[in-house]
Design a protein around this ligand. Structure first.
Ligand code: S5P
Length: 276
């Protein structure tokens, strides 16, 4: 049975990467495949949104470098919320440099991402050396890496052989690469006829998810949770503005209503997919 037709619980049992295992267990325990992308610029609003959506998500996605009033106490608070509400943290850093540079960017600087983010992501464009560099920091800390195989924006260059090569790069480092940012489960991820990949299980995380809008004015494109999870075989839906609205306009009640709405849409689509 290919991974997307198995339950998250079945997949959690077999997964060998600690971060992916924890994520799949969390999804099953909380019955949610929702990740909220908290793209706001003030620490207080950032934490308020996370506190509000915490009960409904498996994963909080951050862009830590857009926070204007960042300091280390923010990371402590984020980690407390992660424990309190039982979710993992995904820093959407989109690394894209040579191995040596990304190892420094991942471990050091102001943010020290590797010390708090269970999962981060990278573009495949530099080739396998980017994975080698990030793995030198992330593997000892039991982290997981997501490769950007396909982007959601209009006119993205992530097509054809680029996508296939991203899958090859992931296969070469299955101890660390746990999945893809993509728009669908790609042909060949589940190539079960090949015995060397029969036990592989890549998670597909899909951004560009919205129930009320088809896109924004800057090329973002949205599909519904049902299209993404049921029709396209993705495992986690990533939702930003569909849940929190506009940066600077936090309203706890409406954020929770939307989070619950996306949680049930995502979970219903998953149940249909695995015939539960
Ligand atoms: O292809 C992509 C990859 C990512 S990680 N398209 C995306 O939109 N993202 C991120 O997902 C993007 O950086 C943003 O943080 C989030 C989508 O936000 P929304 O408000 O459009 O739902």
């Amino acid at each position: 049975t290919p991974p997307h037709l198995q339950t998250y619980a079945q997949r959690a049992q077999k997964h060998t990467n600690p971060a992916a295992k924890l994520l799949l267990e969390t999804m099953e325990r909380k019955q949610t495949n929702l990740s909220v992308s908290v793209d706001v610029t003030k620490a207080q609003e950032f934490l308020a949104i996370i506190d509000a959506v915490g009960p409904f998500v498996c994963l909080i996605k951050t862009h830590i470098d857009i926070i204007e009033d960042f300091d280390n106490s923010l990371i402590n608070r984020l980690q407390e919320l992660s424990t309190q509400h039982d979710f993992l943290i995904f820093e959407d850093r989109k690394f894209a440099d040579i191995g040596n540079t990304v190892a420094l960017q991942y471990s050091s600087g102001v943010y020290k991402i590797a010390s708090w983010a269970h999962i981060t992501n990278a573009h495949a464009v530099p080739g396998p050396s980017i994975v080698t560099g990030l793995a030198s920091i992330g593997v000892p800390l039991q982290r997981g890496l997501i490769l950007l195989a396909e982007m959601s924006s209009k006119g993205a260059l992530t097509t054809g052989s680029y996508v296939e090569d991203a899958v090859r790069m992931a296969r070469a480092r299955r101890d660390f690469v746990v999945g893809f940012i993509a728009q669908h489960r790609m042909e060949g991820i589940d190539a079960l006829e090949r015995t060397d990949v029969a036990d592989e299980d890549f998670l597909v995380l899909a951004p560009g998810v919205g129930l009320d809008s088809k896109g924004d004015a800057m090329g973002q494109q949205y599909r519904t949770p049902e299209e993404v999870v049921l029709n396209c075989g993705c495992d986690v839906i990533i939702v930003g503005r569909g849940i929190f609205g506009k940066s600077g306009e936090f309203n706890a009640e409406s954020v929770q209503v939307q989070a619950k709405r996306y949680q049930s849409a995502g979970w219903d689509a998953y149940k249909k997919r695995v015939s539960l």
